[in-house]
Design a protein around this ligand. Structure first.
Ligand code: GLP
Length: 240
């Protein structure tokens, strides 16, 4: 793992944006794997700024999101579909048809998982952006998930629901399940860029980097990938 530590969140976000802009400049039809959560918001803001100032184009880029809550309609302000529209897609020139997010609001979730797995097989991801949960989850692959997992319906861990409760009016409204790319899908990306900021991520980062790879820390699966860049602020790196 190529671990890079930055003074603060702003510097980390700028460094992440530089990697993505360079990727898109080198390969206009890049396949980008995208993540939600608060961590990549700074990166998305930098991409929007660059798109406006330097006209980097996403016209031929395809995007593949990691996950989506089950049971929230696309119009729900906490659906990851809405999140991506608001935080990135509506501000850049990506084509609607090139945006791919698993749907958590279909009758047949099994079929949706198969569709998404086939889509990923046919469109290898060039760069996959990842955040990390305080329990070491990536996407919504919670501790205990086999490293061979592919896109499936997953149950959210209690502490993940607690972590995400801040975005909902009450705990009852926090979804219990999601559809998530599996760890194997993530490992198939040519390059992975994981971002983490804040002291509350320090334990998960330590388990990911220092401890032996184990399903207890899903992010430790990245130790088996040859091209991983980890961008941290000083607080997230404080236990390394
Ligand atoms: C969410 C997402 C993950 C994200 C993580 C951390 O639940 N499913 O993809 O990396 O939790 O979120 P945050 O960046 O807000 O700390």
């Amino acid at each position: 793992m190529d671990i890079r530590v930055f003074k603060n969140y702003e510097e980390l976000s700028k460094a992440a944006a530089e990697l993505i802009v360079e990727q898109v400049k080198n390969k206009a039809n890049s396949n980008l794997g995208l993540a939600t959560g608060s961590t990549p918001v700074g990166l998305y803001n930098e991409l929007i700024k660059d798109h406006k100032e330097n006209k980097t184009s996403y016209k031929d880029v395809q995007t593949f999101n990691l996950d989506e809550y089950i049971g929230l309609p696309n119009t729900h302000d906490q659906s990851y579909y809405q999140f991506m529209q608001e935080k990135l897609f509506s501000h850049i020139d990506v084509e609607t048809n090139n945006i791919h997010i698993p749907s958590g609001n279909v009758e047949d979730i099994e079929k949706e998982c198969e569709r998404y797995n086939a889509l990923l097989k046919n469109n290898p991801i060039d760069v996959q952006i990842l955040g990390i949960g305080t329990n070491g989850h990536i996407g919504f692959n919670e501790p205990g998930t086999p490293f061979e997992s592919v896109t499936s319906k997953v149950e959210l861990a209690e502490n993940t629901r607690n972590d995400n409760a801040r975005f909902f009016d009450s705990m009852d409204e926090v979804p219990t399940h999601a559809i998530s790319m599996g760890i194997q899908n993530i490992l198939e990306a040519k390059q992975i860029v994981l971002l983490a900021s804040g002291a509350n991520k320090a334990d998960a980062i330590k388990a990911m980097v220092k401890d032996a790879a184990s399903i207890d820390c899903p992010a430790s699966a990245l130790q088996n990938h040859a091209n991983v860049i980890v961008l941290l602020d000083e607080a997230a790196a404080s236990k390394l």
